[in-house]
Design a protein around this ligand. Sequence first.
Ligand code: ZN
Length: 100
Amino acid sequence: MKPDKQLTTREQIIRCLEAEPMTARDLSKALRISEKDVYSHLPSVEKSIRHLGKHIKTIPCHCLSCGFEFKDRKSFKKPGKCPECKQSRIEAAVFEIVGD
Ligand SMILES: [Zn+2]
């Protein structure tokens, strides 16, 4: 989906994630911002959709080496290393905006 120039970055993220599940990388490409910026916007995105009865559903990151899932992760950011096998081949989390 094409980003709309009239919208703020936060609104564009909301539009994208309501349309389809995306990773931070997908969002960074779609909105032409860095992945770091995507992660920095996600907490405020979540706050701003809460009163609409929506939330960000996260399919957690998982380790490509051993399959460990980062289920209890509070932060949106991608972990650097797997706590189980200490590898850094981590599959990115997928975000989607859904109703509560
Ligand atoms: Zn692992």
